[in-house]
Design a protein around this ligand. Structure first.
Ligand SMILES: NC(=O)c1ccc[n+]([C@@H]2O[C@H](COP(=O)([O-])OP(=O)(O)OC[C@H]3O[C@@H](n4cnc5c(N)ncnc54)[C@H](OP(=O)(O)O)[C@@H]3O)[C@@H](O)[C@H]2O)c1
Length: 300
């Protein structure tokens, strides 16, 4: 009986679908984006043209790469983070990749502060009446060498990480909702981590924050589809895997490894997944009792 339960959990968590993991390319060179369109068909690429996205954590790492890929596709992008100079570096990287950056707007914002988000919302609202998507890439890692943080840690070792990785994610969703809800269709993407499915000793606070983020993603998806039954809503959680970013200097993978899967999800036509879990390599994942999304993401 216990064995059967284990098998079910394993299948739910790691279910793959339609061999999509061999069709999603995680090794595309961003310099060649005009040739490969980050893996999208021409039709899917054109779907993104003129759409408006707000991307957090866009001054570095995964947030920057997703923001630049969307800008390359002709989307209007609002890029957020706390450091203005990092947002300007993102603009510079876009220019060096040959992307037209005039519709990419830096919006300094701290997702843990409602006052900061309200100010950012007014700035975004000056440029657009609605948003098609919100991509939540802001996040912080656990402080290193914490030993046994769940046994010995101070209150703030858990509070700080939950403040950014959970409360902040919820606050920006609430803040952006009036602009998202003005669209007939909207998308939200949360960046989780394998930690959200893990129990690695010593990493408890980060594991907890990402597991809670998984729950926020699917609960928010269910609440939005109940609140707005007439709309095409696709709110999903992406496990980005590893890449060399500010928070992970030990990896050799490029943060552009996520762009193909992220844009595949963001360009999906009506009727796509809502409240589901995916890996950047194309795997469809389960979480807890939630089974993996069963249809293909790749048909146009
Ligand atoms: N890289 C990996 O190997 C890896 C693996 C699994 C999961 N992830 C997840 O992927 C996501 C993106 O991380 P990354 O790897 O791209 O790391 P990163 O380069 O450190 O990016 C994180 C971004 O979040 C922003 N940020 C942090 N706190 C913020 C706040 N309170 N308000 C607004 N922005 C804030 C930071 O900019 P400012 O400091 O300027 O605000 C930074 O640009 C995170 O959720 C991370 O947990 C990464």
């Amino acid at each position: 009986m216990i064995f059967r339960k284990y098998i079910n959990t394993y299948i739910n968590t790691y279910a793959t679908n339609n061999n999509e993991s061999i069709l999603i390319n995680t090794a595309l060179d961003p310099n060649d984006w005009k040739k490969h369109r980050f893996g999208l068909s021409r039709g899917r690429w054109q779907q993104l043209q003129g759409k408006c996205f707000w991307i957090t954590g866009a001054g570095s790492g995964y947030g920057r790469s997703i923001a630049l890929a969307l800008t390359a596709a002709g989307s209007t992008t609002f890029i957020s983070g706390r450091r203005q100079e990092k947002l300007e570096d993102t603009l510079g990287e876009g220019v060096s990749l040959g992307i037209q950056m005039q519709h990419c707007y830096p919006v300094v914002a701290d997702i843990t502060s409602q006052a900061s988000l309200t100010q950012a919302f007014s700035l975004v609202s000056r440029h657009t009446l609605s948003l098609f998507g919100l991509i939540n890439c802001a996040g912080i890692p656990q402080k290193p060498n914490q030993g046994f943080p769940l046994i010995d840690g101070e209150l703030n070792s858990l509070e700080d990480i939950l403040q950014t990785n959970i409360i902040g994610q919820w606050l920006i969703c609430k803040t952006a909702m009036p602009l998202l809800a003005r669209s007939d269709s909207f998308r939200v993407l949360f960046l989780s981590s394998e930690a959200g499915w893990a129990d690695t000793p010593g990493h408890g606070p980060y594991n907890i924050s990402k597991s809670a983020l998984n729950s926020l993603g699917m609960s928010f998806a269910a609440e939005c589809s109940k609140r707005y039954p007439e709309k095409d809503i696709q709110i999903n959680v992406l496990d980005p895997g590893e890449a060399k970013t500010e928070m992970n200097q030990g990896s050799r993978e490029s943060p552009y490894s996520i762009t193909s899967m992220a844009l595949t999800l963001l360009s999906h036509r009506k009727g796509g997944p809502n409240g589901h879990f995916f890996h950047r390599d194309g795997r469809h994942l389960g979480f807890g009792q939630k089974e993996a999304f069963l249809s293909s993401l790749l048909s146009d």
